[in-house]
Design a protein around this ligand. Structure first.
Ligand code: BMA
Length: 308
């Protein structure tokens, strides 16, 4: 077993939240001052999403804050583009700040918002960093030739929904975009793929834990896979593991708000060579599992498929 599920899953669910929510899922998790901070998505009872905060000292037992952390802005540019909700956050620590990327939904489509915090008490919105329709933006925790780099997943009518890379000098203006990884026909990720957790540094390359979707007569199945990007040039993918690393198997992954979904927005590497991977189960609860980083790297290298 590549990923060992935590026996106490799910680790956070709607009844643990001090305000009314229908779901707790697709959360970002990072370490902050010896604590694990979790920024989780919740559907409110009107079906629109907000982001809540929970914290933990061991990465397994989380306590949610009394109030939501980010709700849609009501005025200005952000108000215009977040009116339908904020979803699926990712957090990257770089230059002393925690950068938060999230999906901003509105009648104009889905864009990516960038916000930042230093203390998980106050949060400042920086910019909307894509036009419509983009989701799943993850920022690398290092710069390349002086530029920030991100992976994302634009929606296309022509190409299957794929993973792209872009660069920025200031986090606001992005360019140099290139499609670097696509779904494979009649494969577990044939319908669409998207970045999951912000890339994790390993001595062999950047580990990119992504999601892939397969369409069935019973709806779509969301699974997780892993790819390895070159340390100096992250647009070069060294290897993509051919097999998935996690699929919906437990009751809390098979049944929920949307069935048959495991969806990740976070992985936290530990000093002992393990990594905690966090995922939403069936868009309803939060789960965690542990893997060895070396095993995930080997998974990419020992049985790779073409990225494109
Ligand atoms: C995707 C996103 C995710 C969600 C997944 C499964 O398109 O909306 O937030 O987890 O579908 O429903």
């Amino acid at each position: 077993m590549l990923i060992e599920r935590y026996k106490g899953n799910p680790i956070l669910q709607p009844q643990d939240i001090p305000y009314p929510v229908a779901t707790v899922h697709n959360a970002a998790v990072v370490k902050y001052r010896e604590k694990y901070m979790m920024l989780f998505r919740s559907h409110k009872m009107n079906g629109r999403s907000i982001l809540g905060l929970a914290e933990s000292s061991d990465g397994f037992h989380f306590t949610a804050s009394k109030e939501p952390f980010m709700v849609p802005e009501t005025t200005g540019e952000f108000g215009e583009y977040e009116a339908y909700g904020v979803e699926d956050p990712r957090i990257t620590f770089i230059d002393g700040e925690y950068l938060i990327t999230y999906s901003a939904y509105s009648r104009h489509g889905v864009r990516i918002g960038l916000a930042k915090t230093r203390d998980f008490k106050t949060v400042e919105r920086v910019a909307l960093i894509t036009e419509a329709d983009y989701r799943n933006v993850v920022i690398f925790p290092e710069k390349f030739n002086g530029l920030y780099a991100r992976l994302d997943r634009p929606h296309s009518e022509i190409a299957p929904w794929s993973i792209w890379i872009s660069y920025s000098p200031d986090l606001k203006y992005w360019g140099g975009s290139k499609r670097i990884m696509k779904p494979v026909q009649y494969h577990w990720d044939e319908m669409k793929i998207g970045p999951g957790a912000p890339p994790v540094y390993t001595s062999k390359g950047w580990l990119n834990i992504y999601h892939g979707v397969f369409p069935t007569m019973d709806g779509s199945v969301y699974r997780l896979g892993v790819a390895l990007h070159d340390l100096k040039d992250p647009s070069h993918i060294i290897a993509v593991g051919d097999d998935w690393i996690l699929q919906p198997e437990m009751e809390y992954e098979i049944t929920g708000y949307v069935h048959n979904v495991v969806f990740t927005c976070a992985a936290v590497p530990e000093d002992d060579g393990t990594i905690k991977i966090y995922w939403g189960g069936a868009d309803k609860v939060m789960c965690v599992g542990t893997a060895r980083i070396d095993d995930l790297v080997q998974h990419c290298l020992s049985n790779p498929r073409n990225p494109l």
